[in-house]
Every structure is written in structure tokens, then in C-alpha cells.
Design a protein around this ligand. Sequence first.
Ligand SMILES: [Zn+2]
Ligand SMILES: [Zn+2]
Ligand SMILES: [Zn+2]
Length: 483
Amino acid sequence: MLADFWRQHENAFGKVEDFFFNPTNIPALLGEYLQSKPQHILESLKRIVPENMHDAMGFDDWSWVKYLLDPDIGVLTMAELEVTEDVKALDEVYNERTAQHRYADHILRAINTIMGRELIDYLANHNVLPKYGFPVDVVELQLPHVDDGDVPELELQRELRIAISEYAPGSQVVAGGRLWTSRYLKRIPQKAWPKYRYAICECGNYKSVLADTGIELGECDRCNKPLEKAKEKGFFVIPEFGFIADNAVEKPSTSKPERTYSLYPNFAGKADEGRSIHMEANSMTITATAASHGKIAVLNTAGDAKFMICNTCGYAKVNSRMANDTVHKNPQGIDCHGSFQRLALGYEFETDILQMDFGIYGNNKDGFWLSLLYAILEGAAEALNIERQDIDGCLYPVSGSMYRPALILFDDVPGGAGHVNRIADETALKDVLNAALKRVSQCECGGEKGDASCYGCLRNYRNQRWHDVLNRGMVMEFLKMLL
Ligand SMILES: [Zn+2]
Ligand SMILES: [Zn+2]
Ligand SMILES: [Zn+2]
């Protein structure tokens, strides 16, 4: 349908700017076009969607259009609102600063970045277009030219979600018989990374806002504490122009390349709820709710040190006391005296999620909820035959208490793949919990009581940040009581 529309309005295709900031009001034009109920659109929709769903989709009376363009629920309307509000807020700050003769070029460059984003990526990331199976927001790790002839042209690409870990400054990649170290966040003339301010409340709740707009983080919407006072907070950028590797290239040695920092997912509290089921277990009620469009934010904070990133050339290294005032080489190999900013790398995406609540049950033992989360993720992979790396999870303080959080399981693919939604089913939920119990019972770490964790039960590369507190014994005890 959109392809058909774009064929008629070629100037509305390309970048975010062409569609949402076109002198012609393109979304309104699209609305008018659909109001004319073009017959060939209806026919092609009916061809691609199974017949038993035609009524539910509201094809014949054209009520499906509301899911796209309704002022309150339309996905395209919401995508439009988000980008136009962001640009408007930055625009106001820009005008204010220029009127006061203050430096404002960085604001203009952030606006350029937002308006210059690929329209297809933007629409896919805001659920207007499906993205099952095809990659979105792909970035490159650009390699320096090596002068010895026999190196084939290499193209290293990853989705941003993965690149913020694998291509993060300091990370090493082996390709074409060489060891490359990522060193720069690539910059583009006339563009700058929009900066996001984020905080993780004491209760565990995550929130982010576009910085430089004057919009404040405000209060935590779970426990009402002021987020300015949160211990974990700062700024992140989305390294959307990609990365550049260091000019110093090495031969791979037998030792493993420098490992990247693991990511750190958070649920941003936004989702469209779907099917919900309850399970009674030993006077406790477990609720499993499937939802789509759950917003997940992944952060790479380099442990907690964050990255020092040069404002001028994008040179970046993990923050240390040594790193901050040294002259460094820019990607062209020339001395750069640029100043640094301390930033995390981040990326937000929407996917299918499953929220699991344990009613009023509370537990304040260190690591209990994380241990339960990782046991259930292992159980889900085992019982439902899902690749473990295709799902992940985090805690969400739905009641405002870190001792009574919900578990959020999510499909670790932008757009979702329908994996974790399958757990919103009584049989499936039981199978998952039983498989989780089996996983923690069969391991041998920590002796009989299981007062430990290892790669055989709860640990994996991605949850390194929590290894110290993961404990299979607590989960074993809890699940035995439950099942
Ligand atoms: Zn809070
Ligand atoms: Zn620099
Ligand atoms: Zn173990």
C-alpha cells in the first residue's frame, strides 16, 4: 500500500524529512488517498492476508485505516507526532540560543540527523512497516586502508542493537586475517548525534528523553522519586553513522580478541497489552501477559565507566583517569586536540514482550529476581525450543518496589518474532517453569544447596554484569515451593 502511494509521490520517499517535513503534508495526502478507497489496494491486501482474518482486520469497511492514521491509536500518526515534536523542541532551543548569540550549531546538526534518517528504518522501528527477517538500522565498522595488496575489500556490518556492543570503541574484530580494533564513532559533516538523557531509578525503572530540548526527566512514573537524583544516569548517543577502526592493525594472535562490554537491557514501560493468563500455585497467583510493541532500551555503559568521546573527530576510549586530556590522532592520522564528552552508547527498539507478575510476593535477597529471570529464560528456551540468544529479559518495578518486580522477557529482534508471547498459555507457562527448575536443580555448582552460579545454569556472556549475584539455590527453593 505504501509502495503504491510512493510510486505516485516519489518525492515523499527517501529520508524522514521527505515524508514528515515535506512542504506538502504527506500524511494528510496519504489519508485522502486511502479515503478514496482505491479498489486495487483492497484487492492486494486481501491477496496477502489469509481469508479468515479479513473481517477482523476490517478490510471491507476500510476500518483498518484507523490502525494507521487514527489521531489516538494510529501507528503512523504516533510516529509522525514523535519526530515532529522532537524537531520542534530542538528548533525552539536553536532559535532561543541564536537570538541570544549563543553557540547553537550542535542543535542544528542534531536536527539534520533526525530529519536525515532513512524513512524505511524509521517506519520499521515505529511499527508502521513490518520488519520480520530483514535487518534495520545497519551500521558499518569502517576499516583503514592497508597497503599490502592481498587484503580483499572487507565490509563489516551489524545491526545497531548488536553493533553498540561488538563495534564499541576498544572492541576487536578478526576479519580477513587481521585483528581490527574499533576506535572512532564515525562523524558526518553537518550532522551530530542527538543526545539522550537517561536515568535508572533506585527502584530499577528506566526513562529517557531527548536532551538539549529542555525536557526534564522528571519523576519516576513507578515510585515518584525525582530521577535527577538517581545514581545511574547520564547521556547516551546512538552511533548511527557507524564506527571506524584504528589505523594500527595487528595479526590475530592465539589469544582471544578483546571482548566487548555486554549490553544492559531495560524495559521502557511502553507496550500494547495482549493475552493474559493466570496460574495458581501454592497460594500465589502468577500472571503472564503477552504484549507487542514493548520498548526495550539497550545500553553499553562500558561497565560503569562509560566512553570518553571526542567532539571533533569521534575518537573514543573507555573512560579512565588517564584518558581525558591527551592529544590523539583523528581517523586521518592527524593530531586532534578536541574536547571529550562522557557518554554511553544506546539503542531503543520495539519488540514482542511477556510480562510475568508474581502478585504480592516480595523477596529482598540480593540477586533473587535476576536469578529467577535467567532461570526462566533458560527454561523458556528449553521448553519451547527457542534459541537462547533470540530471547532476553530484564526486571521491571511495576509496583515501584525493587523487591516485587515483574519479569520482562522479550524477543531480542527488533519487531519481535512471536517467541515469548507463546508463554502466555497455561500449559506453556508450566512447562517453562518446570524446565527452569530442572536447569537449576541439575547443575552442580555451589554444592547441594547450590549457593553459586555458573555457565551450566544461570550465567552467560550477556549477563556478565550480574554474575556475582546470580544464585541457583534461591531459585531452586522458590520454584520447588511453587510447583
Ligand atoms: Zn522509581
Ligand atoms: Zn578528536
Ligand atoms: Zn551452575
